[in-house]
Design a protein around this ligand. Structure first.
Ligand code: AMP
Length: 368
């Protein structure tokens, strides 16, 4: 076969020695690259930043914009399959890679749906996955109409680009419509009813090229200022709740004809019902606990899926509390490294800007 030599894309399963291309060189790409290396693959990373965290552990690093045709051609020349580690990859990049004959997983369709909150919630409901009620917003008048139809308060979110709580504002009253519209940058948006949740949970799941599905135990997530701080997993949840999450995940994966790992953020309501907040078509921060808590972690699982390998076992082997290290919290690494039963994962980022994800720790306890 012509693994990584620029010939026709290799058949699946890709053998060790093949090259996995990754769009995006952040920490998710870095941990994907490390997992790929463990299975004998080489990795080619495309990121605008030459020193990106993933570029420093990859066999091939291409510094270029995601829509730079030359950079994409170089990636396509090296990689037997291409995946991505963040949602804001331009659709044109995926299209260019497909035109160059390189398979991309997950699909451009899954990415396009996840990039647009309105398309995402519409898709979720059509697939049978429950969400909060919502209305499209194209201007202040739509906000007033949404308040009339859905009641108040409503959470106004930009359709695109916002994450970690950015580009969002609550609205109580029609008088606030114009101000709220300005506050989110006067751009296409969605208005959502409050989820009224008692906990935020997530489920990491994967689907292989043959349609096989693997599901991880639920994780419980705690956010601060819209950013994930802590994940406890496996979450304390009844078998019925786990089964509910698994049904949602399996439904989505099949409806998307998905290949790879997906992260699904869920709200658990007081009556035990789960609603889907959103899904990320990639490995997910709330799945970092699997690195030390599961037989096969989410990163290896994603590589297995996109390479056409059988999926690995997802059983928990430890109870994990994952804590993100934000900004200068990373300075505590000597103390953290000395803690017993604590696994330290650092992303190799030079500059510890406030709130920046610099690493995480997984604190392990025996499974209950
Ligand atoms: P998102 O950017 O959609 O992931 O939302 C970020 C955070 O805002 C979520 O993790 C929730 O804590 C909160 N949130 C999002 N949507 C809603 C909603 N409809 N009702 C209440 N809280 C929400």
């Amino acid at each position: 076969m012509s693994a990584g030599r620029g010939g026709p894309a290799a058949g699946f399963p890709l053998p060790p020695g093949a090259v996995i291309g990754i769009l995006g060189g952040g920490q998710l790409g870095r941990m994907l690259a490390m997992a790929a290396a463990r299975l004998g693959f080489d990795v080619a990373v495309l990121d605008p930043e030459p020193n990106a965290p993933a570029a420093r552990v990859a066999a091939h690093a291409i510094a270029g914009a995601y829509d730079d045709p030359d950079a994409l051609a170089r990636l396509a020349g090296l990689a037997d399959v291409v995946t991505f580690e963040f949602e804001n990859v331009p659709a044109a990049a995926i299209e260019a890679l497909r035109t160059l004959g390189r398979p991309v997983a997950p699909s451009g369709r899954a990415l396009a749906i996840a990039q647009d909150r309105l398309a995402e919630k519409t898709f979720l409901n059509e697939a049978g996955a429950p969400t909060v009620a919502f209305a499209p917003v194209g201007g202040p008048d739509d906000i007033v109409r949404a308040l009339e139809r859905l009641g108040h308060p409503l959470l106004l979110k930009t359709r695109r680009g916002g994450y970690d709580g950015k580009g969002q504002t609550w609205i109580e009253h029609p008088d606030e419509a114009a101000g709220a519209w300005e506050a989110i940058g006067a751009q296409a948006a969605i208005a959502e009813t409050p989820a009224d949740f008692r906990r935020e949970l997530s489920i990491i799941a994967a689907r292989g090229r043959d349609g096989e599905i693997a599901l991880y135990p639920l994780a419980e997530n705690h956010h601060e200022d819209g950013v994930l701080r802590r994940t406890a997993a496996p979450a304390r949840a009844s078998p019925a709740t786990q089964a509910q999450a698994e049904r949602i995940a399996a439904t989505l994966l099949s409806a998307l004809d998905y290949v790879g790992v997906i992260g699904i953020e869920l709200f658990e309501r007081d009556d035990g019902r789960l609603l889907v907040n959103e899904f990320a078509p990639r490995v997910h921060n709330s799945g970092h606990w699997t690195l030390d808590g599961c037989e096969v972690d989410q990163f290896e699982q994603h590589i297995r899926a996109v390479a056409g390998w059988p999926l690995g076992p997802t059983q928990a082997i430890a109870q994990v509390e994952m804590t993100n290290l934000l900004g200068d919290e990373i300075a505590a690494w000597p103390r953290l490294a000395a803690e017993p039963e604590t696994r330290v994962w650092l992303y190799g980022k030079a500059e510890a800007r406030p709130g920046r994800k610099m690493g995480h720790v997984n604190r392990l306890r025996p499974l209950k």
